[in-house]
Design a protein around this ligand. Sequence first.
Ligand code: GRF
Length: 210
Amino acid sequence: MDAVTPQARIGVLASGRGSNLAALLQRRASIAANFVCVVSNKDAPALDIGRQAGLHAQWVPAVKGEPREEHESRICEVLDAHGVDFVVLAGYMRILSESFIARYDGRLVNIHPSLLPAFPGLHPHEDALARGVKLAGATVHFVTPGPVDGGPIIAQSAVPVYASDTAETLAARVLSAEHELYASALSRIFSGDLRLQGELVVESSSAPAD
Ligand code: GRF
């Protein structure tokens, strides 16, 4: 019998419609890891998407006024109960504490709808149009302490910006790119093709820096 390779167990955090989660689940055969649960701070459509795909799906609401870490510790209880060792953010709309980020050091990724480091934050499409860029896109990155959307870049995908674009039309074009990009980035991580080297993500075949 072949040796069984233990696979990473992925927990997804999502706050909204869950189109990236759906795209990942559709492509999960290409990712050498197991998607085991989805957790949301909202009673969000992403939970139904996860549930319908056979994942444990749980709403973990934040309590008004409680420290961020208390909410996160309830999330971690769910992740731990499902043996999660890698966390994928898919439209998770709460800033994570440094202690959560440290807990999943090198095992926490996010997708952002801009070509980082340009246009981090909440309004990347409006910001891109305001600057007149001719290319927009999406970035998958590791989440590290420090500025939001500032971690090592894993993969990017560019789309054109047209003169007729509104934030909505641009967002829709970027979102289609996100759906392909996230699965391909995770596929490369779990195939061992990419690794984190200091501040950079490099191909595993590349020589270590001097
Ligand atoms: C996506 O644009 C993602 O890049 C951003 O939040 C949005 C989530 O959309 N972080 P969805 O919930 O995956 O449809």
